[in-house]
Design a protein around this ligand. Structure first.
Ligand code: ADP
Length: 397
């Protein structure tokens, strides 16, 4: 069975066609600049050479049609016709408090995605456009919505409730949701399998460290806490996001600089994190590490603070679960940055964490990086959100 996985942004569309018989990627690609001049499709069929289509894409339906044409193209294609695609799995950001699992799309599901536009203003409208484009171009094929917030829905009330007047939860569903849910679900599941842990009881902390960064605690694969909140701004220090700050900082800076709340949130989302802390060096962790190595003090502090905050959260989540069996690192930094993994684990000696430097010197594959004597199994588990979405889709169709 072949499943198409779609991740739609407001002007972009990423896709992967996955053969679920062996979970292999048949082709993947990206449409850029949808709705603006210079639209372009880059299609990468596995084992064949990549090709680029430059053609106007006024909307997502045109983009999807071009993807279908590319997939079934006589020369570069990978399938004879789109009939071979059994279902489409969509990454959808926010389901509010309504869905805690993936679901086959119908009119009710689309209404919920629409009702959550204000909770996910950048993503939900684009995600819905992707679904509607697939409905138009491939009528009758099942579309499945896989929500980024679903994993966090199993958090207990004490973890998801903000200490603000209750009426805001009642009236506007203001609570902690958590994001990167598909990644946390996938990695915690893989960590349990790969680490040979008890699937019902394993206490696992997943550190998803990329440009966007978040951390989760789960017991038997069910999330009990996660660091992002109502929006992805809460929690860890990220490439450009501040993570946790005293909310009074906002008022203080806004008064001093004459900013409105939208400008302030833009600063916290796009100009903070290691980019802001380093005085503008970069939001890319490789650049930050290089600048720190070359003696840039602010870059050094940014990197230290990033690692320190991850270690603090690991401590908090160990307390939340009254123990931890495994810690898994994933995403761009987590999968590749040997030094960052080591530095974070150095804070965790009190938990009996011991890293094996040789094992840790690896990238991009499942690997136990703790020593045989370590009291907690530390692992590197590459995330694969597309495969996770395809598995969820397969399970529902
Ligand atoms: P996102 O999906 O949130 O954009 P990724 O998971 O792709 O982020 O991670 C991107 C980040 O991973 C970048 O900041 C990049 O610098 C970092 N990264 C990739 N390779 C390395 C490496 N070898 N060492 C340190 N950081 C790395």
């Amino acid at each position: 069975m072949k499943i198409l996985v779609i991740n739609c942004g407001s002007s972009s569309l990423k896709y992967q066609l996955i053969d679920m018989d062996n979970e292999s990627v048949i082709a993947k690609g990206l449409c850029e600049r949808i709705g603006i001049e210079g639209s372009k499709l880059t299609h990468k069929p596995t084992g064949k050479s990549e090709f680029v289509v430059e053609s106007p894409m006024p909307d997502h339906s045109v983009a999807i049609q071009l993807v279908m044409d590319a997939l079934s193209d006589a020369d570069h294609g990978v399938i004879a016709s789109t009939d071979e695609i059994s279902a489409i799995g969509h990454r959808v950001l926010h389901a509010g408090m309504i869905y805690s699992d993936s679901i086959v799309v119908n009119e009710d599901v689309k209404r919920v995605i629409r009702e959550c536009f204000d909770l996910g203003p950048l993503h939900n409208p684009a995600n819905l456009m992707g679904i509607e484009a697939c409905e138009k171009v491939m009528p009758g094929k099942p579309n499945v919505a896989v929500f980024d917030t679903a994993f966090g829905m199993s958090m207990p009330e004490k973890a998801y409730t903000y200490a603000i007047p209750h009426e805001y939860l009642e009236k506007y569903s203001v609570r902690r949701y958590g994001f990167h849910g598909t990644s946390h679900m996938f990695v915690s599941g893989e960590a349990i399998k790969f680490g040979g842990l008890d699937p019902e009881k394993a206490k696992v902390i997943v550190c998803h460290l990329g440009n966007g960064a978040s951390i989760s605690a789960s017991i038997g694969g069910k999330c009990v806490d996660t660091s992002m909140g109502l929006t992805p701004l809460e929690g860890l220090i990220m490439g450009t996001r501040s993570g946790d700050v005293d909310p009074a900082v906002l008022q203080f800076i806004m008064n001093k600089e004459g900013l409105d709340i939208n400008q302030m949130l833009n600063i916290l989302n796009k100009k903070s994190g290691v980019l802001g802390m380093s005085g503008g060096v970069s939001s890319d962790f490789r650049d930050i590490a290089k600048a720190a190595e070359e003696g840039n003090h602010l870059a050094e502090v940014a990197l230290d603070a990033f690692r320190y905050r991850v270690a603090k959260y690991i401590g908090a989540y160990t307390a939340a679960m009254n123990g931890v069996d495994a810690i898994a690192f994933t995403a761009g930094v987590g999968e590749n940055d040997v030094e960052t993994r080591k530095a974070i684990c150095e804070y965790l000696g009190y938990l009996g964490v011991e890293i094996d430097d040789e094992a840790n010197n690896c990238r991009g594959k499942n690997q136990v990086i703790s020593s045989k004597d370590s009291k907690v199994k530390v692992m590197l588990i590459p995330t694969n959100e597309e495969l996770a979405i395809a598995r969820e889709t397969l399970a529902l169709v």
